[in-house]
Write a protein that binds this ligand. Structure first.
Ligand code: DOR
Ligand code: ZN
Ligand code: ZN
Length: 442
């Protein structure tokens, strides 16, 4: 037997261990993991010089934009950015223009994406106005629903508790999770009125408070219990929010959670120093919260780390009133390097990294055949040099949003090559695949 490709002389992360081995790939899949002498012959061989092969990163939270928001990002630039960051599968958020909230809107996004993506892309949908459409949206291949408690995105007013519960129940019927942006809308509004006339970052933090997140998460847990739906809490940024989730989980509520690299590594102090480029919802928090999230990550209490890649045009970040600034961080290219740096510093183990970036995302979002390195699995892989030290330079991003609160950070650990469905897509920072080679994951 001869296969398409053999990756040889590597350190392969498999089943929680790192072994000296190679990987044989045929078509889209891994067919053999073995010592070199035991690998089949291949049309092409790549010597990896003893660098690591990890499962490709699955980023369950990214805003790829495109359509009427293409000036911020499009499927090509966003997925090139993903590949550059070692990400092989992205789940795309629905707060687009038009909002992904109907069968037609979802199909149209899939159609546009299929010609442009260089990594695999799956889709969230917002809830449609008529919840009877939830079944069709699931049938067309949405992998999850997304709702914001902070404001209305999609067809359902988040303040309407009964409608929300019914929508969650419909999602449960088609076996899809619901991801929640859990900042409580009524509390945000009340605080916003209290700070009337102020437009500084302090006022912003008073509105987007710890309490707003905790209240949102408590409500999310009640909805989870009443509906019986699996809920996934996006970008948890507070210790009390996370403790609430952990308590409910231990009571048997079906819930998972994610944190972002920026909430793990940056605090309110960075926001005040850096300004608008670090403005994001939920905002950066006091250092005590950051340290709790780091502790929780290494202790296995956080299911997923996701980028919340939220690119904006520079002029949208550059407003004088904080209320006019678009919130969000261009984070998909820095997530894996920052996490590898945490591994190098001894803050987390390599197995925690693989769990939160690949294994758990695959399990929680039902991405069959992906998220680990195993025979029969898709060859979605990232080759990393764990020892390479370099400096983050956002002007080199593939994302259209070429600015970052991590600008100038020294990091240790670099994605060298990204393979998607067995195809080399990124090689030493260069995109070497054609647009459209990524797949739509239904
Ligand atoms: O900072 C944010 N940006 N938080 C969100 O919830 C939305 C996102 C965006 O789409 O820009
Ligand atoms: Zn959000
Ligand atoms: Zn987001």
């Amino acid at each position: 037997m001869s296969v398409d490709l053999v990756l040889k002389e590597a350190k392969v992360y498999i089943g929680g261990r790192v072994i000296d081995a190679g990987i044989a790939i045929d078509g889209e899949k891994i067919v053999r993991i073995a010592k070199e002498v035991n690998l089949p012959s291949a049309s092409e061989k790549i010597n990896l010089n003893r660098t690591f092969i990890l499962p490709g990163v699955i980023d369950v939270h990214a805003h790829l934009r495109d359509q009427d928001l293409s000036y911020k990002e499009d499927f090509y630039t966003g997925t090139c950015a993903a590949a550059n960051g070692g990400v092989t599968l992205v789940i795309d958020m629905p707060n687009n223009k038009p909002v992904t909230m109907s069968l037609e809107a979802l199909k149209e996004r899939m159609r546009i994406a299929s010609r442009k993506t260089v990594v695999n892309v799956a889709f969230y949908s917002a809830f449609p106005e008529d919840i009877n459409e939830i079944g069709q949206i699931a049938h067309a291949g949405a992998k999850a629903f997304k709702t914001f408690l902070s404001h209305k995105v999609g067809g359902i007013d988040p303040n309407d508790e009964d409608k929300m519960i019914n929508a969650f129940k419909e999602a449960a019927k088609v076996n899809l999770p619901v991801a929640v942006h859990a900042e409580d809308g009524s509390l945000l509004l009340r605080k916003f009125k209290e700070v009337a006339g102020r437009s500084d970052i302090e006022a912003y933090l008073e509105v987007h408070s710890v309490e707003a997140e905790v209240k949102g998460i408590r409500r999310t847990m009640r909805i989870a219990e009443r509906s019986g739906t699996h809920v996934h809490v996006c970008h948890v940024s507070t210790s009390e929010g996370l403790r609430t989730i952990l308590r409910e989980k231990s009571r048997g509520i079906s819930v998972s959670c994610e944190v972002t690299p920026h909430h793990l590594l940056l605090s309110e102090k960075n926001l005040k120093r850096i300004g608008n480029i670090a403005l994001v919802n939920p905002p950066l928090r006091p250092l005590s919260e950051v340290l709790y999230l780091q502790w929780a990550l290494e202790n296995g209490l956080i299911d997923i780390v996701a980028s919340d890649h939220a690119p904006h045009a520079f002029k949208e970040k550059d407003a004088s009133s904080v209320w006019d600034v678009s919130a969000g961080i261009s984070g998909i290219e820095t997530m894996l390097p920052l996490m590898l740096t945490m591994v190098n510093k001894g803050q987390i183990s390599l197995s925690t990294l693989v769990k939160v970036l690949s294994e758990n995302p695959s399990r929680i979002f039902g991405l069959k055949g992906r998220g680990q390195i195993a025979e029969g699995f898709y060859a979605d892989l990232v080759v990393v040099d764990l020892k390479r030290e370099w400096t983050i330079d956002p002007t080199e991003f593939y994302s259209k949003a070429k600015f970052s609160p991590f600008d100038g950070w020294r990091v240790k650990g670099k994605p060298l090559k990204t393979f998607v469905n067995g195809v080399l897509v990124m090689d030493e920072g260069e995109i070497v695949a054609k647009p459209g080679c990524g797949k739509i994951i239904r």
